[in-house]
Write a protein that binds this ligand. Structure first.
Ligand code: FES
Ligand SMILES: [Fe+2]
Length: 438
């Protein structure tokens, strides 16, 4: 449970809010490079952290991210002409470059110097491995990008997916650090008899109430959730929250899985989910290991849990929230099939990601955390909320730079499942397996 005040602090991300200030300390995945496919191509509407911006790829190939409203009299620069290294407003022709400088003001007499006094808000962008990262923060020189392994591999080795979700960013994120829902929402209809003994699947459904060990780390928080495997071993699911909105979930095999997920706030009530990872077929592990081989309704459970998997999108629109929308959504009850729910699926909703989407969106745009009843299975959620709220307050009240901003190397991490002897300490025993770029 959170107080009303803490819930507000956690969820509000606009300019001037404490959480908005915390998030603006970091680089933010903002667009796929493919959303701006060509120089001088069509600009796109980009809403991020509650700010309405226009993204465009200039003649040189650089990406610009500029305020929506033209500084002259407020026309949307979405309608602008993207030409000769800048975006020209179609109302009176004022033109802005990627830094937001007004580089042409043809509606004023040639001797006027007024254009040198006008500057639009524009945010620095860099592209790395098909992701456009933007920095909306206060520093004149932004910090380094985080060393996230899946975003630093050779081209062709990784896959990226985005999905729009209609709820607050932290509400979505909490689903990623809540390992106990796996045995219900996703695997609730699977009985141990239908799995292969000795696999992660078997352990997951043979005991649906794991115990947790949760720790603070230099990048955020980590948990190890454990339950019996064999007589002398435990099956551990090890996963991380990394400031400010990244997660590494435990679906695959620790030491093999290369995956990061991000919950990037669009505004207070919408979030863009990102998944960047090495497709399982490319992980190159020997044998099937312990990862899930279950296929529910034709969808491999683990593959879909780790990667977005089998999802269908509505046609894109040019609206602020018009891209990466699922065909299964709250307007059609996620196409719930009540007959399937009675006979073969815990939810009747097809698809792991869609199941997650349904439960978190159904809480409402911003869940009222004053009404919760948190249990022992919520240990990681509780610790992570506290960590993030504390960091936002420390920045607001003392100017304390939050974790990871100036230390890109702390992001070099991996998550996954592993079987350990019962006496082993999970942090020590998995030190090498949790290291990225192994
Ligand atoms: S409103 Fe943009 S140039 Fe006048
Ligand atoms: Fe889930």
């Amino acid at each position: 449970m959170l107080s009303r005040e803490d819930n507000e602090l956690l969820c509000r991300v606009g300019p001037g809010t404490p959480m908005g200030a915390l998030l603006r300390q970091y680089w933010i995945p903002t667009l796929l490079s493919s959303e701006l496919p060509e120089p001088d191509g069509a600009p796109v509407r980009v809403r991020i952290l509650g700010e309405d911006l226009i993204g465009f790829r200039a003649t040189s190939g650089r990406v610009g991210l500029i305020q929506n409203h033209c500084p002259h009299r407020g026309t949307s620069l979405f309608f602008g002409r993207n030409e000769a290294e800048g975006l020209r407003c179609v109302y009176h022709g004022w033109k802005f470059d990627c830094e937001g400088f007004c580089v042409d003001m043809p509606s004023e007499p040639p001797e006027s110097t007024f254009k040198s006094k006008v500057r639009a808000t524009a945010y620095p962008c860099v592209e790395r491995n098909d992701v456009v990262w933007a920095y909306l923060g206060p520093r004149p020189t932004p910090p380094p990008l985080p060393d996230l392994e899946p975003n630093m591999l050779a081209r062709g080795q990784y896959a990226i997916q985005k999905v729009f979700r209609e709820c607050n960013w932290f509400q979505g994120l909490e689903g990623d650090i809540d390992t106990s829902h796996l045995g219900f929402l996703h695997l609730g209809a699977v009985q141990p008899e239908s799995t292969t003994p000795g696999t992660f699947d078997y352990y997951n459904v043979a005991d649906r109430a794991p115990k947790y060990d949760v720790v603070d780390t230099e990048f955020g928080t980590s948990y190890g959730a454990y339950r019996p495997a064999e007589a002398d071993t435990y099956y551990w699911r090890i996963a991380h929250f990394l400031f400010p909105f990244f997660t590494m979930i435990p679906t695959g095999i620790l030491g093999v899985q290369v995956l990061v997920r991000a919950w990037v706030p669009i505004d207070d009530e919408h979030v863009m989910f990102w998944s960047i990872g090495v497709p399982r077929s490319r992980e190159g592990r020997a044998g099937t290991g312990g990862a899930s081989t279950l296929a529910l309704g034709g969808r491999p459970v683990a593959a879909a849990g780790a990667r977005v998997g089998d999802v269908e999108f509505l046609p894109d629109t040019t609206d602020w929230t018009g891209r990466f929308r699922l065909t299964q959504n709250k307007d059609n009850d996620y196409l719930i099939d009540r007959a399937a729910q009675r006979t073969q699926s815990f939810t009747g909703i097809a698809g792991i990601h869609q199941q997650d989407q349904a439960v978190t969106e159904s809480m409402g745009p911003i869940v009222d955390r004053t009404q919760e009843h948190l249990a022992s299975s919520d240990a990681m959620v509780i610790r992570t909320r506290r960590r993030v709220i504390t960091a936002a307050r420390a920045l607001r009240d003392g100017g304390v730079v939050p974790p990871g901003v100036d230390r890109p190397e702390v992001y070099r991490h991996r998550s996954g499942g592993v079987v350990l002897p019962r006496g082993a300490g999970w942090l020590d025993a998995t030190k090498d397996l949790r290291r990225a770029f192994a």
